[in-house]
Design a protein around this ligand. Structure first.
Ligand SMILES: NC(=O)c1ccc[n+]([C@@H]2O[C@H](COP(=O)([O-])OP(=O)(O)OC[C@H]3O[C@@H](n4cnc5c(N)ncnc54)[C@H](O)[C@@H]3O)[C@@H](O)[C@H]2O)c1
Length: 294
């Protein structure tokens, strides 16, 4: 199988580091996005068969095509909204029919929400964040784990966030939703352990690239959330200054790379973590420790 992957012309961006996911069927939600697409490539480099799921049809198709061509593994894409239970049920049935089983789930689709203090935070946006990040993550976990319970095996990684571990200002919806994902992960780990299914989460903090969508969006929106530059607010109203303020809260003094997040995800999905369940790995350059380096 290794030899088969090597037949692809040219040098793949992620050369195989091993066969940890050889022939495993891996479902990835949010597969058209930053983490999801990198996970698709890195899992393919380790021999996984991929069911890629996202709402964004065009981007999803292009990620799937790219992975298929580069790594020569079985890849199928499924357009699905994680907030619609009927769509999830259908997709899970379609994945089972196409691949025969589901070994791993990277339950990763998410939405960052708006940035505003709690007294003015939009009710509608709060509901939207909860629907995607909490109800959606729960519903995908529910229906995929049903298949895994029948198989009596499986590994699940939910994408939480350091926003759910600490208390980032102006992010009422997002931070609350990610704290819920951390708790959901632990409860699911307990409920599913009797069926030999492990459930863990990852909590990324500030992840680049420094011209990446999520990093730029949070820096800009934090600055805009303090329009007058009021000094009693936590972040400045200047975008560059906010970026500096955020980086100064990271002991390793740099943004993380999506690959550094996915390395933890692949570890938790693979047999390397066979005795680990109900835990969270924070990928934050030490940001969650709360220390200051001056
Ligand atoms: N990038 C970061 O710095 C960072 C840090 C901490 C946590 N996270 C979390 O990591 C996950 C992935 O983030 P990312 O940086 O790849 O973001 P991204 O915006 O690039 O990707 C998110 C993907 O989720 C999909 N999605 C959104 N709503 C959906 C829905 N209702 N149904 C199906 N798909 C839907 C989007 O289409 C998108 O492709 C998210 O859960 C996010 O909250 C990201």
């Amino acid at each position: 199988m290794e030899a088969k992957r090597m037949r692809v012309e040219g040098k793949p961006p992620y050369p195989s580091r091993g066969n940890r996911l050889q022939d495993k069927v891996v479902v990835i939600t949010g597969a058209a996005g930053n983490f999801g697409s990198v996970c698709a490539q890195m899992a393919a480099a380790e021999g996984a068969k991929l069911a890629l799921v996202d709402l964004a049809k065009d981007k999803l198709e292009s990620v799937a095509e790219d992975v298929r061509k580069t790594y020569n593994v079985l890849v199928k894409e499924f357009v699905m909204d994680v907030t619609k239970e009927a769509e999830i049920e259908k997709t899970v049935a379609d994945v089972k029919a196409a691949f025969g089983c589901i070994d791993c789930l990277f339950n990763n689709a998410g939405y960052q929400g708006l940035f505003a203090p709690v007294d003015t935070y939009s009710f509608e946006d709060f509901e939207k964040v909860m629907k995607i990040n909490v109800t959606g993550v729960f519903a995908v976990l529910k229906h995929v784990s049903k298949v895994m319970v029948e198989q009596k095996r499986g590994a699940i990684v939910n994408t939480a966030s350091c926003a759910g571990l600490g208390c980032p200002t102006m992010m009422t919806g997002y931070a609350t939703s990610k704290a819920a994902v951390l708790h959901l992960t632990k409860i699911a780990a307990l409920d599913l352990a009797p069926s030999n299914i492990r459930v863990n989460s990852v909590s990324p903090a500030f992840i680049g690239p420094d011209d990446g969508f999520m990093w730029l969006r949070q820096v800009e929106l934090q600055a805009k959330a303090n329009p007058t530059g009021a000094p009693e607010r936590y972040y400045s109203n200047d975008t560059k200054e906010v970026a500096t303020q955020m980086l100064e809260s990271v002991p390793l003094r740099r943004l993380g790379r999506p690959e550094e997040v996915i390395q933890a995800v692949l570890f938790l999905l693979s047999e390397e973590s066979s005795y680990i369940t109900g835990t969270d790995i924070n990928i934050s350059g030490g940001n969650v420790l709360g220390g200051s380096r001056g």
